[in-house]
Design a binder for this molecule. Sequence first.
Ligand SMILES: NC(=O)c1ccc[n+]([C@@H]2O[C@H](COP(=O)([O-])OP(=O)(O)OC[C@H]3O[C@@H](n4cnc5c(N)ncnc54)[C@H](OP(=O)(O)O)[C@@H]3O)[C@@H](O)[C@H]2O)c1
Length: 294
Amino acid sequence: MVDGGKNLRVSVLGGRGMLGSELCAQLRALRCDASAFDLPECDITRSGHVAAALAGADAVVNCAAYTNVDRAEDEPEAARAVNATAVGELGRQAAARGLYVLHISTDFVFDGAGDRPYDEACAPAPLCVYGMTKLEGERALAGAGCRHAIVRVQWSYGFNGVNFPVKLVERAAAGGELRVVDDQVGAPTWTRDIARALTELLLRRAEGLYHFANAGYASRYETAVFIAGRLGLSNPVIPCRTADFPVKARRPLNSRFDTRKIRALLCAPIRPWQDALGEFLGEYENKRRPGPAR
Ligand SMILES: NC(=O)c1ccc[n+]([C@@H]2O[C@H](COP(=O)([O-])OP(=O)(O)OC[C@H]3O[C@@H](n4cnc5c(N)ncnc54)[C@H](OP(=O)(O)O)[C@@H]3O)[C@@H](O)[C@H]2O)c1
């Protein structure tokens, strides 16, 4: 890890979300002065709230987003306000204050056609409102004139939010077979590993567009089989197709990222998804298990 975190004042927008909370914890462990800003007291669609969050900061990380992918289809203006318009305003305020911005985006900016891993030069073509508004946010930030980096992440999971591994374990506990799609491919990626990379970019004030994911690829079904094996779940895991589960928003089938650009910058290699998910599941099980009787 690069030096320079001590006493750095970092405002983390969306700082109580799944990624933001992990990032705040890691920054504080490095003795950064990390402040979490989130709903309801900080609404990034309100420029006065953004100004208050930026006051006194040396840098800002934007983890805030409208992340309900299916609901965004019914509420495109609400999604656009958070994911696009507010990001442009954040960038303009940061430019006026000379602040560096690290912003988080998504694989949903791509249509997921084919099976080639996406690098940063690939042309975006979002399939849904969420992806469209996140792409608009990237462009608004790039046009705002502040020093910034954008990190696209995908298939992330962590302790403090709704995500595939946690939902699968909860479904398993309810009993019965687990039907899981086998035609969506990406890399399950732990927020702990994302936050580590973000911290490094922040301390270096890296600029540009980056793709981050844990190493290797798997389908959702293969991920579920891995989780079931690690946790000793007895539920049968049955592969099925995305088309078998109609949902409002179209999702990319291919979420593979080419991470060469960010790997060239980071101090340590990015670990395989199996190592990260295995460690997460171990900690997750320990948290779920009741403590010893007193
Ligand atoms: N999770 C994934 O698989 C995934 C994949 C690709 C990219 N991403 C991106 O990763 C970033 C972090 O997301 P996450 O996974 O940590 O999801 P998350 O847990 O939903 O975090 C988003 C946070 O933003 C907050 N927020 C929503 N609207 C806001 C507003 N108007 N003002 C201030 N805060 C607001 C949310 O608060 P509430 O909970 O109260 O709404 C939540 O705390 C986002 O940019 C997301 O697009 C996530």
